[in-house]
Design a protein around this ligand. Structure first.
Ligand SMILES: Nc1ncnc2c1ncn2[C@@H]1O[C@H](COP(=O)(O)OP(=O)(O)O)[C@@H](O)[C@H]1O
Ligand SMILES: [Mg+2]
Length: 352
């Protein structure tokens, strides 16, 4: 009896009929088989079927050995007590992205976005769960560009996706690469792609793509040209099995080298506009929090005042308005005097 990873590589006379008559091929388990394997590994029967079903759904292409390692990790996590569903799910989360986001977690409650944008993002997040696209037979998204004017929340949304997706996360911003010498940034770009592939499933985030990969206008700098060339190579070499999802942001699509977008890797595009009235209302509520407002400063009045400003500007306006109210508040006071219309007016004048 003998075992091999590859029959083709063996000397034919060695495996001819008469020596090894019978050849058994063991393929990677499918979802139902993974479920059976996991069930047998967790013989105690104390594990709710839902967790096992979910894990088998989320581990396409995993070998039984890799499933074993997952369960071992869960056992380690349990540290002596019986393994729970949560241990297994936590172990899975760890193995689906060992490099967790370096960014501060962003929750859905922290962002104000139009309904259609929210449903687009939720659909993408759903398909980023390993195995879901295959199961539902929906093409997996491979990349996303967030387009919108400054301060509308593009970077925030990228951080939201990073926080909500169970994937490793890598970010490149213009300041990471544009400060160094040419060779250095090209190398850094290649490295980050390599890490994203290695720790897949992962997300690779390019903030301010137009600055990273500018459309070359006749006399582009050597640095820009080399960086764009390297990015084109790296992007074209990504395969779906690498499970690297790209996210980019920009204020202006036309300022990105068109070849970067042309390859089809950035399969999704979401435009983030200014909030609607309801959005402004929620943003004001979030940013003012429990701060007292003067009685004549109603929400509709406030919304009217800040309309046209970006969410980031509203954050700045509210902070400044609180400062103006503080200036009026006596030293000994334990609470801020209510915010008045003139505080907000002054704050807006300041950022305009
Ligand atoms: N849509 C939004 N909802 C809630 N807060 C927002 C939104 N957009 C911007 N902000 C606030 O403004 C800050 C800066 O926004 P950012 O995501 O950097 O904008 P952009 O990348 O589009 O220029 C955020 O950290 C957040 O505090
Ligand atoms: Mg940004």
């Amino acid at each position: 009896m003998a075992a091999t990873n590859s029959l083709d590589g063996l000397e034919p006379t060695l495996i001819r009929d008469g020596r090894f008559d019978l050849k058994l091929r063991l393929d990677l388990p499918n979802q139902a088989e993974r479920e059976a394997i996991l069930t047998s590994m967790l013989k105690t029967g104390s594990h709710a079927a839902p967790a096992i079903a979910e894990i088998s759904r989320r581990t396409p292409g995993w070998s039984p050995a890799r499933l074993r390692a997952l369960i071992d990790r869960a056992i380690l996590q349990a540290g002596g007590r019986p393994v729970t569903d949560d241990d297994i799910l936590a172990a899975l989360e760890e193995s689906g992205g060992k490099d967790r986001p370096q960014v501060e977690a962003v929750n859905w409650d922290d962002v104000v976005l139009p309904g259609p944008v929210i449903s687009d993002i939720k659909a993408i997040l759903r398909l980023l769960v390993p195995g879901t696209a295959e199961q539902l037979r929906v093409p997996a998204p491979t990349g996303l560009v967030l387009v919108g004017q400054p301060g509308t929340g593009k970077t925030l949304v990228a951080r939201l996706i990073a926080s909500q997706a169970m994937r490793s996360f890598y970010a490149i911003t213009p300041s990471d690469v544009l400060s160094g010498v040419v060779g250095g940034s090209v190398k850094r770009l290649a490295e980050v792609f390599a890490r994203a592939r290695e720790h897949a499933p992962s997300i690779l985030f390019f903030d301010e793509m137009d600055a990273l990969f500018p459309a070359v206008t006749g006399y582009g700098s050597q640095h820009d040209i080399q960086l764009v060339e390297q990015a084109l190579i790296e992007i074209s070499e990504l395969r779906s099995e690498h499970q690297v999802f790209l996210i980019g942001t920009t204020n202006d699509l036309s300022r990105i080298d068109p070849r970067i977008l042309r390859g089809g890797r950035f399969s999704e595009k979401i435009e983030i506009g200014l909030p609607d009235v309801e959005g402004y209302r929620r943003l004001l509520e979030m940013t003012f929090g429990p701060t007292q407002l003067a009685s004549d400063l109603t929400t509709p009045r406030l919304v009217e005042m800040v309309r046209g400003l970006s969410p980031a500007e509203i954050t700045a306006v509210v902070t400044a308005a609180k400062r103006f109210a503080l200036a009026r508040t006596p030293e000994q006071a334990t609470a801020l005097l209510p915010i008045e219309e003139r505080d907000v007016e002054q704050a807006i004048a300041r950022i305009r």
